[in-house]
Design a binder for this molecule. Structure first.
Ligand code: FES
Length: 103
């Protein structure tokens, strides 16, 4: 299990998630307000999350399709990512993220 921190305004919630699951999986499991309507096929961007700056560079870079979807967002942040594309590995133990509406 890998520890992931969800920052909601000034509140931090810590969750444990199986490795190789995504942030979208975690959101569905823990009822975090991320819709994920296309179930991870990079066709919606309703899984938009913002990765804490200390962790953003530790993630694999977004692929072309993810970058394209992110570029369509009106509330894009420098560290915006699609939660369905963030696969949690042991290297990401302690990863922090937020939902844009909570920043
Ligand atoms: S769930 Fe649709 S892009 Fe991530």
């Amino acid at each position: 299990m890998v520890k992931v921190l969800y920052i909601n305004n000034s509140t931090t919630k810590t969750f444990k998630i199986e490795k190789n699951k995504t942030i979208l999986d975690l959101a569905k499991q823990e009822d975090i307000g991320i819709e994920g309507s296309c179930e991870g096929s990079m066709a919606c961007s309703t899984c938009h999350v913002v990765i804490h700056k200390d962790w953003a560079t530790k993630l694999p870079a977004p692929c072309v399709d993810e970058k394209e979807m992110l570029s369509l967002l009106s509330n894009y942040y420098k560290n915006s990512r699609l939660g369905c594309q963030i696969v949690i590995t042991e290297l990401l133990d302690g990863l922090e993220f937020s939902v844009p509406e909570d920043i």
